[in-house]
Write a protein that binds this ligand. Structure first.
Ligand code: HEM
Length: 400
């Protein structure tokens, strides 16, 4: 049954395959297109349990060894495991605790809230710059540039670096195959290494400059940690939010009742953003974890030394947790796992919510009648197992 996972039909709409799997049980074995054998968790309760279980760990050194060995045994490319090194997302306590604390000192709620006027301005400018009476791609001209500009401004990446950054990041998401991901990893590393050196020599008031100075009781980020953190922020900070904005805009094309309600009552938008996060799950599979010991979850025992992934789209539409899970209901209690759960819960969630809310508010206020120009069935999904969303969303913003 796991054959249906990761097929072209799955990328377009993963829910039929995930529903069938969930009905068959909470935990399944599957093989990724890279040939890596993994265990996939598909129900909400088991997903939360796995994400909170310290025996299901992330330590990149051990995970790298496990993944290289498994890839090699399966005839895949063992070098792919190297993409998983060097940032808090692939660390366990105490390393994770230390890095997250150092980042949290500078990446505060206050810093995010201070961005609000700038995000409002950028959003308005992007909408102004698009023609309203002819077809325009909302993903290319709105969903991507907004979070990309915000994260680059926040970190202090100069304008000239933003176009290559977008390509590297897309390749790191696996959208152009394994070889391109490895090349992109090398290129983005060189670029950011030079940028960090430039910030050290001539600091600004950006987050990257702050991180070069960040210290906690004399503890500092090493060069490698700084690089890893910066790379993580660039990629995690825009791929996901772009997915959310594009998928939310597409959802509202089809769900006209919800769109009319949000146009009429924009105060509902913050809650709608969370419900759209649940329905569209911009991160599809969590990053890899491995079992440090045999772990019993959802009635299955996963042996020690196995790679475990949680399907967030599956957990977020589990009918045991969310009644009528495929429909939009802004009034339902939250509890979705779109930002993960446990120690690695998304540190960028406040920024993502801010951007999602502002993007939808401006789009619906300016262009309440925006219309799709290709049938929903012809939209192309992104070719990634990590992030969901559309490669393009052609619309006319203000149809006659
Ligand atoms: C972690 C989702 C936006 C930075 C995560 C995780 C998820 C997630 C599911 C946990 C992954 C795991 O446990 O394997 C999302 C979604 C977003 C979003 C759906 C947008 C809609 C952002 C933004 C930033 C960011 C805007 C930064 C500016 C991070 C970082 C981590 C993380 C640094 C690692 C935290 C840790 O390991 O402790 N995110 N994210 N994310 N996210 Fe986000």
């Amino acid at each position: 049954m796991t054959d249906a996972l990761f097929s072209p039909a799955y990328l377009r709409d993963p829910h039929p395959a995930l529903r069938a799997l969930r009905e068959d049980g909470p935990v399944h074995r599957a093989v990724l297109p890279t040939r890596l054998p993994v265990w996939v968790v598909v129900d909400h309760e088991a997903a939360k349990a796995v994400l909170a279980d310290e025996r299901v760990a992330k330590d990149h050194r051990r995970l790298g060894e496990i993944m290289s060995a498994k890839l090699e045994a399966a005839g895949g490319d063992p070098r792919l495991s190297a993409l998983y090194r060097g940032n808090m997302l692939v660390m366990d306590p105490p390393d994770h605790t230390r890095l997250r604390k150092l980042l949290a000192k500078d990446f505060t709620g206050r810093r995010v809230e201070q961005l609000r006027p700038r995000v409002e301005r950028l959003t308005a400018d992007l909408l102004d710059a698009m023609p309203s009476d002819v077809e325009v791609d909302l993903v290319e001209h709105f969903a991507f540039p907004l979070p990309m500009t915000v994260i680059c401004e926040l970190l202090g990446v100069p304008e000239s670096g933003r176009a290559p950054m977008r390509t590297w990041s897309q390749h790191l998401m696996g959208e152009a195959g394994a070889a391109a991901a490895l090349t992109a990893s090398g290129e983005i590393t060189s670029y950011l290494t030079e940028l960090i050196a430039a910030k050290r020599a001539d600091p600004g008031d950006d987050l990257l400059s702050a991180l070069t100075r960040a210290s906690d009781d004399g503890d500092r980020l090493t060069e490698a940690e700084l690089l890893g953190t910066c790379l993580l922020l660039v990629v995690a900070g825009h791929e996901t939010t772009a997915g959310l904005i594009g998928s939310a805009a597409e959802w509202l094309l089809r769900d006209e009742r919800t769109r009319a309600r949000l146009v009429e009552d924009p105060d509902l938008i913050p809650r709608a953003v969370d419900e759209l996060l649940r329905l569209t799950s911009p991160v599809s599979l969590t990053t890899a974890r491995f079992t440090k010991a045999p772990v019993r979850v959802g009635g299955t025992t996963i042996p020690e030394g196995e790679v475990v992934l949680v399907s967030l789209p599956a957990a977020n539409r589990d009918p045991a947790r969310f009644a009528d899970p495929d429909t939009f209901d802004a009034d339902r209690p939250t509890g979705h796992l779109a930002f993960g759960h446990g120690l690695h819960f998304c540190i960028g969630a406040p920024l993502a919510r801010l951007e999602g809310e502002i993007a939808l508010r401006h789009l619906l206020a300016r262009f309440p009648r925006y219309t799709g120009t290709v049938p929903a069935d012809d939209l192309q999904p992104r070719r990634s197992l990590t992030v969901t969303g559309w490669r393009a969303l052609p619309v006319v913003l203000d149809p006659a």
